[in-house]
Ligand binder design. Structure first.
Ligand SMILES: [Zn+2]
Length: 140
């Protein structure tokens, strides 16, 4: 049952971030989403996490986040933190599988903060692989 898996992953993420930071952090909600454009993924709403924490423990968090996503069959191609604009408070961590229309919007961005509310932890560039795929399917 998918909900059992989600419950497990919710508390696992909470525990691993707590262990890293050695202070209480709460994952208040874990959501799986699908958007009309074709984007899909998972959102983890979190309380008690700051951007500084991510910057310091980015590698450890990322390797755990990747592992968790693959267990839920979510390709960990794009992982970012959503910030409360104008602050360093992290509201959520997002795993998003970008559709072809939304991908360029983020791929164009340079640096880790393309928008004041987004801090990119990981973005897989599509490059040659995506272009070859398009040629094969005959779309330009
Ligand atoms: Zn999209």
């Amino acid at each position: 049952m998918i909900t059992e898996k989600l419950m497990e992953v919710r508390s696992e993420i909470e525990n691993s971030v707590r262990a890293l930071l050695a202070r209480p952090v709460m994952v208040t909600e874990l959501d799986v989403f699908a958007l009309p454009c074709g984007c899909n993924g998972m959102t983890v709403n979190i309380r008690g996490l700051e951007l500084d924490d991510i910057e310091v423990f980015e590698e450890q968090m990322l390797s755990h986040f990747r592992e968790v996503a693959s267990r839920l069959d979510i390709p960990p191609s794009f992982i970012f933190a959503r910030l409360i604009p104008g602050s360093s408070v992290v509201a959520a961590i997002n795993w998003r599988v970008l559709c072809d229309r939304c991908y360029p919007e983020f791929a164009r961005a340079r640096g880790k903060t393309p928008r004041p509310d987004i801090y990119i932890m990981h973005l897989e560039r599509r490059g040659d692989k995506a272009r070859k795929g398009k040629m094969r399917s005959g779309k330009m």
